[in-house]
Design a protein around this ligand. Structure first.
Ligand SMILES: [Zn+2]
Ligand SMILES: [Zn+2]
Length: 210
């Protein structure tokens, strides 16, 4: 099954196919809560959960219109395909994979495998394996609202959560987040115990800023 390579769809810079073999790369993840509030390792943008150390990519054309735009109705190809957006993404430098600010983030090294394409800032591959510790950052969301979009660097004391995400808050911002439904909360200690168990399941470990 072929997939047309659209020259004017913004993929022109990822035309190079990297030779097979393992490539060191870097990712960040958003930690997201399971129904009881304990952490899962979620992708930063696509709400995909990493439930094991190695993840295999599958193309899912039903997911967004952009897949169909790239590949039409011909949806049966292995990831990554040229012109499509499928595959596992990672950055080529640790610097670019740094956490994004408020919330709970993990970042770390991965080994990319299988066919892969070069992107503007890294790789888009068939397979990725977590390779080393996951650095964890927990930053208060109290400064990150519509009215004061600044960052708060006070140490969070509690982690609120809804079904999708965590909201760490410091003692000064105990009313945050504003205008967002919250389902429950965990202490930082309970969360870190859960994070350590998650790391065990993923055959890695967690490092937190001292
Ligand atoms: Zn695809
Ligand atoms: Zn705060």
């Amino acid at each position: 099954m072929s997939c047309p390579m659209g020259e004017d769809r913004g993929f022109a810079s990822e035309s190079a196919l990297v030779s097979p073999g393992r490539v060191v790369a870097w990712r960040r993840w958003r930690l997201c809560p399971d129904p009881s509030g304990l952490p899962l390792l979620g992708s930063a943008h696509m709400h995909h959960i990493w439930s094991s150390r190695t993840l295999q990519a599958n193309c899912d054309p039903s997911r967004t219109w952009s897949y169909r735009l790239a590949c039409g109705d011909d949806d049966s190809h292995e990831a990554p395909a040229p012109g499509c957006r499928c595959g596992i993404y990672a950055y080529s430098t640790a610097e670019w994979a740094r956490p994004m600010g408020p919330g709970v983030w993990a970042h770390g090294r991965v080994l990319m495998g299988g066919p892969m394409f070069l992107t503007d800032n890294g790789y888009r591959a068939r397979e990725a394996t977590i390779d080393g510790p996951l650095g964890l950052t927990i930053e208060c969301v109290g400064g990150d609202d519509l009215y004061s979009p600044t960052r708060c660097f006070e140490s969070p004391v509690i982690l609120k959560h809804n079904t999708k995400t965590y909201f760490p808050v410091c003692s000064k911002h105990h009313n945050a987040p504003v205008h967002v439904a919250v389902d429950g909360s965990r202490t930082i200690g309970e969360f870190l115990e859960g994070a350590a168990f998650l790391a065990f399941q993923l055959e890695t470990f967690i490092s937190t800023p001292s």
